[in-house]
Design a protein around this ligand. Structure first.
Ligand SMILES: [Zn+2]
Length: 319
């Protein structure tokens, strides 16, 4: 086989197989990013296309799971705490200064901090002063992925059960954990039960955005005066949804089936819709006019923390 044919083969696999396969965990990100793509302004859409890697073929959704694919690879492990933020058990609230840190208690290293960081980096687009400082392709892929992650309620779950990862239970007849149920299995079950493919589910959610939630969408999109991103709101919503609906009736050893699926699927749909709408709104604000000065990178891009209280698994009673 000539090298050219071999390389063409690899490109073919990348372009045509990858976006269609969506192995575990990819569907939610694909849906969120696909919904966002349809809501981008002309300026934002052009900026996104110019930053995408060539193999994405202009399609943001096809590369929205890239941060998950690399997070356990050598050289990228630093990024794995950026996919979530855990909150104290049963408090059902979220506090940036208390909760946003990694295992080493290093502040801002969580999903909300990462959203602040990568949106600030992207704001330097077209500002030649910063051209060598940031990899804006990576910043775009991280931001697009993390806005999806923060809308999965268990990416803002409890410290004690690692966002549902240690709650071992059955999803119908299959052994799993609660986190995986919300990452993947509810969406997968919906595709099977309603005999849909991914594009049909995306269309179905788009229709709901237009017909069921049109009066909610402006509030989803808005971020407060002069704010480009507002991940703290999304995190607070997520832990609230987790307390009201996700953890309920899902104790270790339980079996979740139709009752759980039919009552929780509407929440999954809504979180996917909100993630898509907000990713588009954020990118539209960042690339407004193609050149953004919304951030002054000399300022601290993260929320200021006056208290020293950091909450982690070992010291929950003290925080
Ligand atoms: Zn992730």
């Amino acid at each position: 086989m000539s090298l050219l044919i071999f390389l063409t083969g690899i490109v073919f696999i990348f372009l045509y197989v990858l976006p269609g396969t969506h192995s575990w965990g990819k569907e939610g990100h694909y849906i969120t990013c696909k919904i966002a793509e349809g809501l981008l302004s002309r300026e934002a859409s052009e900026a996104v296309k110019s930053l995408l890697p060539e193999y994405a073929n202009g399609d943001l959704a096809s590369v929205c799971s890239w941060p998950d694919e690399v997070s356990h690879r050598a050289g990228w492990r630093w990024s794995s705490p950026l996919h979530y933020v855990d909150t104290p058990d049963f408090r059902c609230n979220y506090d940036y200064c208390r909760d946003c840190h990694d295992f080493a208690r290093s502040r801002n290293r969580c999903v909300t901090g990462a959203i602040y960081n990568y949106s600030a980096q992207l704001s330097t687009y077209k500002n030649s002063k910063f051209t060598d400082q940031y990899n804006l392709t990576e910043a775009l892929l991280f931001l697009s992925h993390f806005v999806g992650d923060i809308h999965q309620p268990l990416h803002c779950g409890f410290l004690g059960d690692e966002g549902g990862n240690t709650i071992i239970l059955h999803w119908y007849r299959r052994k799993s954990n609660l986190h995986h149920v919300w990452d993947t299995l509810i969406i997968e079950t919906a595709l099977k039960k309603y005999n849909m493919d991914l594009s049909m589910m995306i269309e179905d959610i788009r229709t709901s955005i237009l017909e069921d939630w049109p009066s909610d969408v402006p509030a989803w999109e808005s971020c407060g005066v002069n704010q480009t991103v507002c991940p703290n709101w999304y995190a607070a919503e997520s832990i609230s949804v987790a307390c009201k609906f996700v953890y309920k009736n899902a104790s270790p050893g339980s079996t979740l089936g139709d009752d759980y699926f039919f009552t929780r699927m509407p929440h999954v749909r809504k979180r996917l819709a909100q993630g898509g709408v907000r990713l588009a709104a954020t990118l539209n604000r960042i690339f407004l006019g193609g050149y953004s000065l919304l951030y002054h990178l000399t300022d601290d891009i993260f929320p200021e923390c006056s208290s020293n209280t950091i909450c982690d698994r070992e010291n929950q009673s003290a925080c």
